[in-house]
Design a protein around this ligand. Structure first.
Ligand code: 6R9
Length: 654
């Protein structure tokens, strides 16, 4: 597949997919579930009496300091799960393993991009987390305060997250690839009192100057009173006296013992920003017990994490996948987590496969966009390495096109590993629709069936059931869902619970086949999915119009054979603008500076006017068609798949 080849959209191929892969019982027969009849039985039970089910799961999977008084309440779209209970996330991820046989088990095996390796046992991780928690207290943080984490993918990022949870500090992790303006906006929105960062991180052989970016953001974040800096690259950095502290120096001053705070089940755990349909990213707030239950259960049942597994989730901690399946889920299950700092293709395109063979990784969880870029590079890279340790392959972030699914299954999994395609969102906290590994028969491109206790629906805009395909919704609140948008509960209610009255609205389109399998067709709102990362078209548009020459901007996604979707920006210039050959480049850099490299437009088109409806709304459908095919064929879209999605979108445009 090359970029110039016509791209079959995943939706197009998904509609014609009818292969089914039965689990191969002979190879691995000790999965947590016996068979599908057990799944259906348990699922039915969980739906018929969800509170009883969640209560049972919480008792079985988590350690509480005090039991709850009430399992669930729901008032003004504010959910409370397990109220009255006391719990601590770091206790569940560390202490409870340390007091058992897992004390000397590797919790983290980390490889830096230059090839340096660190292995940290559960016992050592607990000491580091306790020491970091004491540092955080030392710089003035206390339960309920917020701290931002802006770091490369190094063990200290995980240590800091867990340290926050130990003392009730709410973390907001900002992806290291985001620009200083994005970091500033997030720190301002969540009123962080401290920032934990690093001098830099290694990426594609060079170092990313993170402290320098942070310094830029910190000029406009008066709430931040202290900054802790990890020395990673030996970058020369400016340290502001009495505000900035080197991690390795500060840590010397504190003990490595810190009692976990007994926090209420609904204590805020973290805020994580994600793009929505407006220019302003939303800070989704997750809380303690319900979230931990969701990630623990799904890590266990969907990824089948067992004592001897070496589990690798390739996501950065800056995304929800990194939160739930690099840190909290697997550590709560007592797994050995592998973590890699750098770029996937560095120094050679076989870096992933080399590490899998070297560390004998057994479970790999990655994104379709990565798989597609590996396909383009060719089979020879994985074939150079012994991948026989792998027993399970997961995917997340966007719909996986069947070709990529089959390649993953055959070339990486040697037809032995179940493919676990997990559908979920920042808002849902953990997986919602996914096969139970080794038990659920899989179909390439379908996330298959719901997790226990989760009741997905496919509805029309008026809330009635849709047979052909429609809006994917969730019938009832569940313990691991986000509780609110930080500082804007009205927006939370409106976006998720009032779009279709009374159910949770996901923003995705989906259909269900005759076996009840769910097929996700992509976003139905103005959110695009670039390399598995959500970006709001409005967010990019707002960044572009800040440029002094730009009058108006409309951004649409178009299919991209590697990234899933690429970004096309239609721009009208101000009359006063002087157009020269570098203006597009300049606007592109301007957008990157404001959001981050992931928002780089694949194409910028200057146009005299933007097509609008009578009410003045930009007709994105036309722009999408123009961006995709290069022309507009009138109202008749030839692809039935597109028309399903477009119909959904159109109803919003009118
Ligand atoms: C976990 C994560 C969420 C959006 C979601 C959907 C898309 C995620 C998917 C998938 C099809 C899958 N998405 N997983 N689409 N199949 N297995 O990615 O969270 O960054 O919030 O994105 O990603 O469109 O609505 P987030």
């Amino acid at each position: 597949m090359t970029k110039s080849e016509p791209q079959k959209t995943s939706i197009e191929t998904l509609l014609h997919e009818n292969r089914k892969f039965k689990p191969q019982k002979k190879l691995f027969n000790n999965y947590f579930l016996k068979d599908m009849s057990q799944y259906f039985k348990l699922y039915k039970k969980s739906i018929n009496d969800p509170l009883k089910f969640w209560e049972k799961m919480a008792l079985e999977h988590l350690d509480f300091f005090r039991k709850w008084k009430k399992v669930f309440s729901w008032k003004d779209f504010k959910a409370e799960w397990f109220s009255g209970a006391l719990i601590n996330v770091s206790y569940n991820c560390l202490d409870r393993h340390v007091i058992t046989d897992r004390k000397n088990k590797a919790a983290l095996i980390w490889e830096g991009e230059p090839g340096d390796i660190r292995t940290i046992t559960y016992q050592q991780l607990l000491l580091e987390v306790a020491n970091c928690a004491n540092m955080l207290k030392g710089i003035g943080l206390k339960s309920g305060d917020k701290a931002a984490i802006y770091m490369p993918l190094i063990p200290e990022a995980v240590v800091t997250m867990l340290a926050c949870t130990r003392i009730g500090v709410i973390h907001t992790v900002v992806f290291g690839g985001f620009s200083s303006s994005s970091l500033r906006d997030r720190i301002q929105d969540s009123n962080c009192k401290a920032l934990i960062t690093a001098d830099g991180g290694f990426r594609k052989g060079s170092s990313v100057k993170m402290k320098e970016m942070a310094d830029e953001a910190l000029k406009e974040t008066p709430t931040v009173k202290a900054v802790i800096v990890v020395k990673r690259t030996n970058e020369k950095v400016n340290m502001m006296p009495n505000r900035d502290f080197w991690w390795h120096e500060l840590s010397q001053k504190y003990s490595d013992h810190c009692e976990p705070e007994k926090l209420s089940a609904e204590h805020p755990l973290f805020i994580l920003y994600t793009s929505g349909t407006t220019g302003k990213p939303k800070g989704l707030l997750h809380t303690t017990a319900g979230y931990l239950l969701g990630v623990t259960l799904t890590a266990k049942y969907l990824f089948d994490i067992k004592e001897k597994d070496i589990y690798w989730c390739t996501a950065d901690v800056g995304w929800v996948t990194g939160h739930s399946y690099l840190v909290y889920g697997p550590l709560s299950c007592g797994a050995t987590v592998f973590m890699y700092e750098g770029a996937p293709l560095y120094p050679e395109p076989d870096r992933f496969w080399k590490m899998i063979a070297k560390h004998k990784i057994t479970i790999l969880y990655t994104a379709p966009t990565a798989i597609r870029s590996f396909i383009r590079l060719g089979k020879e890279y994985p074939q150079k390495h012994d991948l026989s340790s792998l027993r399970l392959l997961g995917t997340v972030g966007e719909p996986i096109n069947p070709e990529a699914w089959i390649w993953y299954y055959e070339v990486i999994g040697h037809k032995k590993c179940p493919i676990v395609d997990t559908w979920w969102q920042t808002e849902t906290g953990a997986a919602m629709i996914a096969p139970f590994s080794g038990v659920t028969p899989t179909k390439p491109g379908s996330a298959t069936l719901p997790m226990f206790g989760i009741e997905p629906l496919i509805l029309n805009k008026n809330g009635s059931n849709s047979k052909e395909g429609g809006f994917l919704c969730i019938k009832k609140p569940w313990p691991y869902m986000a509780r609110t948008i930080y500082g804007d509960h009205e927006r939370y209610k409106k976006t998720y619970w009032k779009e279709i009255e009374g159910v949770y609205f996901t923003g995705d389109g989906a259909r269900r086949d005759k076996d009840g399998y769910f097929w996700i067709m992509g976003r139905v709102d103005d959110v695009i999915n670039v390399s598995g990362h959500r970006l709001g078209t409005m967010e990019i548009e707002s960044a572009a119009v800040e440029h002094p020459m730009v009058a108006e901007c409309a951004v649409v996604g178009r299919p991209d054979s590697i990234k899933g979707q690429g970004i096309v920006a239609f721009i009208t210039l101000k009359k006063s603008a002087t157009v020269n050959h570098s203006l597009k480049e300049e606007i592109s850099k301007f957008i990157i500076k404001q959001i981050g490299a992931l928002a780089k437009p694949d194409e910028i088109r200057f146009t005299d006017a933007l097509p609008k409806t009578r009410s003045g709304k930009i007709m994105r459908r036309l722009l999408r068609e123009l961006a995709t095919t290069g022309s507009i064929s009138g109202d008749t879209t030839t692809l039935e798949d597109f028309s399903v999605l477009e119909k959904l979108r159109e109803s919003d445009e009118e």
